[in-house]
Design a protein. Structure first.
Length: 191
């Protein structure tokens, strides 16, 4: 950056003080600063184009050597809820029993199920639309007995795909999850 500033100041013929005390630089010739800016812009554009081409090339290689993290699938699909946020809802907890258990034991969130639709082809898999029911607090942080919903009424609810562990075993859901991931990657539905 110092080299760039030196170049810019070197292109200035002199400095004048304006009426309000602001210093104003005079250019030696027309376009010297503009030339400098355009040169830096061209360098930046070339750099970013190279990065984009590298990413596109890596995506074009395909997914032949895709490796699944076994532990991740087991924990994410069959384990407890990893976290819950107002913005994204529940992460993990695809096992419906674990999903419900999280809300039953949570001091912060309660579950407000809006809609549950069973998968058209696979018995025991459901798409759930839900809202987080959160008790409002007073100025002391004590619950008021009143609740707000996240997302608000009138906004699209949060969505989650869950499975009923009494119908589908953990092993089956891990297998189905892998197949869905591979299919999505092959069809370029997943980045």
């Amino acid at each position: 950056m110092a080299g760039g500033v030196d170049y810019v100041t070197a292109t200035l013929k002199g400095v004048e003080a304006a009426g309000d005390g602001t210093l104003i630089g005079k250019q030696v010739g027309p376009g010297k600063v503009t030339e400098w800016v355009n040169a830096r812009h061209a360098e930046s554009t070339k750099f970013m184009d190279g990065k984009i081409q590298g990413i596109e090339a890596s995506l074009a290689k395909g997914t032949d050597n895709l490796k699944f993290k076994e532990g991740y699938y087991v924990e994410h699909l069959t384990g407890e809820v990893e976290k819950c946020t107002n913005r994204h809802g529940v992460s993990g907890g695809h096992n419906y029993d674990q999903f419900k258990k999280y809300f039953d034991n949570s001091d912060q969130y309660k579950l407000e199920e809006v809609k549950r639709v069973e998968h058209s082809d696979i018995k025991g898999i459901y798409d759930i639309e839900y809202r987080l029911k959160i008790e409002t607090k007073d100025y002391r942080g004590q619950g008021t007995g009143e609740f707000k919903f996240v997302p608000k009424e009138g906004k699209d609810p949060l969505r989650k795909t869950v499975y009923d562990p009494s119908v589908i075993s953990n092993e089956q859901i891990i297998k189905l999850g892998k197949e869905a991931m591979e299919d999505g990657l092959l069809k370029k539905q997943i980045d």
